[in-house]
Design a protein around this ligand. Structure first.
Ligand SMILES: Cc1cc2nc3c(=O)[nH]c(=O)nc-3n(C[C@H](O)[C@H](O)[C@H](O)COP(=O)(O)O)c2cc1C
Length: 211
């Protein structure tokens, strides 16, 4: 399939240095609020890139659950492929693409596990079905069939039919502590606006990058 004629002109917005927040977290928050207002599809979906021991990168979508000056938090299975890769190499990259706004935001940082108390707090806020689902899935392991998953779900439903579903020991959050951000705004004629924030000893240093 030849896709070379698929083209888009980016004309909706611009990004000027003067309008950037000093803090990239504030800048991200500003863009995130606009993504919410624009009803960008799943605005908190982000591509998480990790690197395996042999240098092979891999990516997958995860959902950002909250962020602040401390970092960007998502939840997953601690036995999954991503978890194994992050245990070996905590350097990760997050990427958001907000098509409706012709924007991309990229965050580079180091990941660390959140505390069990923090994971529990979030786990207990999840819908009952998602809580059971976390117990069922040995994420990223090969399985023989879907029916085996459904049978395990029924088993967990019975097991935890009374009271709260507890946090599985193999499930929880990670916090990405950022040291670099890039904000990309599509512009006409491929002359896009790109600004990079790098963390230095004195705070955040901002540079415009060539598109
Ligand atoms: C929109 C979307 C949101 C997702 N959110 C999560 C998430 O928050 N946590 C998670 O573990 N997997 C999530 N997934 C599934 C992952 O993309 C991935 O399949 C899974 O985490 C296993 O990845 P791994 O084998 O690389 O560890 C999501 C997938 C999509 C498409």
């Amino acid at each position: 399939m030849d896709l070379s004629a698929l083209r888009e002109e980016y004309t909706k917005h611009g990004l000027q240095e003067a309008e950037l927040h000093d803090s990239p977290i504030r800048q991200f928050e500003h863009w995130f609020e606009q993504a919410l207002q624009a009803e960008a599809g799943t605005p908190n979906a982000m591509i998480l890139a990790t690197v395996a021991e042999d240098g092979q990168p891999s990516q997958r979508t995860v959902l950002l659950k909250y962020f602040d000056e401390q970092g960007f938090v998502f939840f997953t299975n601690y036995g999954s492929r991503k978890a194994r890769e992050m245990a070996g190499n905590p350097k990760v990259s997050l990427l958001f693409f907000w098509n409706e706004l012709e924007r991309q935001a990229i965050i580079s940082g180091r990941v660390e596990k959140v505390s069990t108390a923090e994971s529990t707090r979030y786990f207990l806020s999840r819908p009952h079905g998602s809580q059971l689902g976390a117990w069922v899935s040995e994420q990223s392991s090969p399985i023989s069939s879907r029916s085996m998953l459904l049978a395990k779900f029924e088993e967990m439903k019975q097991k935890f039919r009374k009271g709260e579903v507890p946090l599985p020991s193999f499930w929880g959050g990670y916090r990405v502590k950022p040291h670099r951000f890039e904000f990309w705004q599509g512009r006409p004629n491929r002359l896009h606006d790109r600004f990079q924030y790098e963390k230095t000893a004195d705070g955040w240093q901002v540079e415009r990058l060539a598109p």
